[in-house]
Structure formats: C-alpha cells, structure tokens
Design a protein around this ligand. Structure first.
Ligand SMILES: Nc1ncnc2c1ncn2[C@@H]1O[C@H](COP(=O)(O)OP(=O)(O)OP(=O)(O)O)[C@@H](O)[C@H]1O
Ligand SMILES: [Mg+2]
Length: 237
C-alpha cells in the first residue's frame, strides 16, 4: 500500500514536471515562429512580384507549415494548462451541456442532417467548464467521423455499472481499428489521415487529461466502418 502510494506520488510529480516542460518548450518555440511568420508575410507583401509561380507556391507552403505549427503549439499550451488547472466540482445538468454542444455543431455545419439523441435529465458532479471541453471534443469527433456516413446518428447517454455512472458518446461513423484503441488518447496520434478527416490529434489527449484530473476513466470501442463509442466516468472508483 505504502509502495503504491509512493509510486502514485512519483507519477504525479513526473507528470507535473512533464507538463511544466511542455509548457516552457511550447512557449519558447513561439518567439522564433513569430519571426518566421512575420518574414513570410513581408515576403508575400513586398516581394511576391519578384517571384515566379513556383516561388510563390513554395512561399505559400512555408506559410501553411508555420500556421500548422502555430496551431500545434497552441494545442500543447492548452494541454499543459489543463494539467495545472484547479478542478471546481459542482452539480449540473450534463444532458443540457451535451445538447448545446450539438447545437454549436449544427450551427457550424448547417448543411448536414444528423440524428442526435441525448438522454435527458442526467446530473453530473464535475468541473463544468472542463466537462464542456470533454463533450465538445467527443461530440465533435462523432460529428466529424460521421460526415461521410449516410443516416448519421449520434447518441449521448449514461448507465450505471458497479455503482458508478458511465457516460457514453456513440456514433455510426467511420469507426477505427480496435487494435489501436489506446493510441487514440496519445498526443498527435491519429488513425485517419488529414485527407480523410482533418484534425491534429490532440482533442482526445485533452479529454483523457481532464477525465484523469477528475479521477475518472475514459476508454473507446470501435470497428472500422461500424462506428465508435467513447465511455467516461467523472468520479474515482
Ligand atoms: N468518433 C470517432 N470515430 C472514429 N475515429 C475516431 C473517433 N474519435 C476519434 N477517432 C480517432 O482518434 C484520433 C484522435 O482523435 P482526436 O480527437 O485526438 O484528434 P482529431 O479529431 O483527429 O484532431 P483534433 O481533435 O485535435 O482536432 C482521430 O484522428 C481518429 O483517428
Ligand atoms: Mg478531435
């Protein structure tokens, strides 16, 4: 017991050190990146006429690369912030939160018709803002990975298992190879290419970290072409 406790203390310290390291590296990378982006802008504005089409194409690629890097750094900074944030638990209606996340998704892509079923009246005890991040990532993924599916359907709900509440987000979209179901939660790991579905691969890492900060667990089930289900708990057990 004593040994187990010490091990979890050590892990906690290692995690904190890693988060601090990630924070300072990402923070320091921003300054040189700003220099790169700044000079690309000047090149585009003042020297575009002196370049031929190939030169302008190369410049555009350098610019896209710097934009991508800037968004990856922002992702990393956010990730390290989650590790340091206080968890403010309170009771709230998580069904309403799920519905409003779905509302935002509908507003962002009005052309899509997706059947969404949200189990009403579920009350959670968790950090409300961070639960929003969890829901918008999981529902956002469900939304994205059903974008090529006919009769897309997404469901949010909960069930009791061994005295704990398990929440789930289920979709009938692209699914994934279950062999790699743990890899999904690693930073920048993706099971689909940018060409199939866009993304940087950080969303589920944020989700995992938020759930872990709550003492809960998150896991996934899926099959290629048959959709995916993400489960999570918000309490220790
Ligand atoms: N609902 C889902 N159905 C199928 N695959 C999924 C689903 N959710 C996540 N995945 C797989 O897990 C990978 C990691 O998900 P994650 O949310 O971290 O990244 P992303 O959505 O690709 O990018 P980001 O969230 O950073 O914009 C995805 O690229 C995809 O391969
Ligand atoms: Mg995502």
């Amino acid at each position: 017991m004593e040994q187990q406790w010490r091990r979890s203390e050590e892990l906690e310290t290692a995690n904190k050190e890693l988060a601090a390291f990630v924070y300072s590296v990402s923070h320091d990378l921003r300054a040189p990146l700003r220099t790169i982006s700044g000079f690309i802008k000047i090149l585009e504005e003042d020297y575009a006429g002196k370049l031929d089409d190939t030169g302008r194409d190369y410049l555009k690629r350098v610019y896209n690369g710097s934009e991508k890097m800037s968004s990856l750094i922002a992702d990393l900074l956010y990730l390290s912030r989650i590790s340091r944030l206080e968890i403010n638990r309170m009771e709230f209606n998580i069904s309403k939160k799920a519905s409003s996340a779905v509302e935002s998704l509908r507003e962002a892509s009005p052309g899509r018709s997706v059947e969404v079923v949200v189990q009403e009246g579920l009350i959670a005890s968790a950090d409300m803002g961070l639960t929003d991040v969890v829901l918008s990532n999981l529902l956002g993924n469900a939304w994205k990975f059903t974008s090529k599916t006919k009769n897309a359907r997404i469901e949010f709900g909960a069930f009791d298992e061994d005295g704990r509440t398990v929440y789930f987000v289920m979709d009938n979209g692209a699914g994934f190879n279950p062999e790699f179901k743990d890899k999904l939660f690693w930073p920048f790991q993706r099971l689909h290419t940018d060409l199939e579905f866009e993304g940087s691969g950080i969303g589920l890492t944020n989700v995992e970290r938020i759930i872990r900060r709550h003492g809960g667990k998150v896991w996934a089930e899926g099959e290629v072409g048959k959709g995916a289900t993400f489960y999570f708990t918000l309490n220790e057990k």
